[in-house]
Write a protein that binds this ligand. Structure first.
Ligand code: ADP
Length: 200
């Protein structure tokens, strides 16, 4: 079985960390680490475009006409096309320039605005990749601590979304996110985040 770790957040929500391919996710929505053109690219964006098919590509061309260039931190949505997920939420992460150009705040906005878009679409479950940690060069451990903190902060108060899955492509990224979540459990009891089960 692939690695999998589950944390309870607040009274009714859960954060799951898994190692895997986000195109296989059956959550209501998956999040795409898009580029500002919204027309597709490499990495997770390329994998999503490849798996989601022609109707999805046509929707992305419409998003391109309406929203491009999408500013970093913002989020827009399309259908999931041929994917198991009903929706794809496209967000543009910050390019890493060393950390003093608002990269942490922009990355946090990616998670918050994507969650807000998922709520608007009446989703109860959302899967995220590790935004900005590929071509955009954000250091994986720092990105992990922003991701788990931003998600836990949103999940600890009641909302429609009750399950967020962080889908990590590599073992290193998975381990960094598990470490970040355990750090949050240890250092921030007010986040009401507790480990639930571990399988490996
Ligand atoms: P960015 O441009 O935001 O850095 P990338 O797609 O280059 O986006 O990388 C973001 C993260 O997505 C990286 O950690 C990369 O390993 C990961 N990734 C690539 N393909 C997939 C996939 N199919 N499922 C989940 N994560 C993926």
């Amino acid at each position: 079985m692939t690695d999998h770790m589950r944390f309870r957040v607040g009274d009714q929500a859960a954060l799951e960390l898994v190692q895997g391919d986000i195109t296989q996710e059956t959550s209501d929505a998956i999040v795409n680490a898009a580029n500002s053109s919204l027309l597709g690219g490499g990495g997770v964006d390329g994998a999503i475009h490849k798996a989601a098919g022609a109707k999805f590509a046509a929707e992305c061309r419409k998003l391109h006409e309406q929203h491009s260039p999408l500013a970093p931190g913002h989020a827009v949505s399309s259908s999931g096309g041929d994917l198991p997920a009903r929706f794809v939420i496209h967000t543009v992460g910050p390019v890493w320039h060393g950390g003093d150009r608002n990269e942490p705040q922009i990355l946090e906005s990616c998670y918050c605005n994507s969650m807000a878009e998922a709520e608007r679409l009446k989703c109860t479950s959302v899967s995220f990749p590790a935004i900005s940690t590929g071509v955009f060069g954000y250091p994986v451990p720092q990105a992990a601590s922003i991701a788990v903190r931003a998600i836990a902060d949103l999940l600890r108060s009641p909302r429609r979304i009750i399950l967020v899955r962080l889908v990590l492509f590599s073992e290193d990224a998975y381990n960094a996110n598990v470490h970040a979540a355990n750090e949050l459990v240890r250092s921030a009891p007010h986040f009401k985040i507790t480990p639930e089960t571990v399988h490996s």
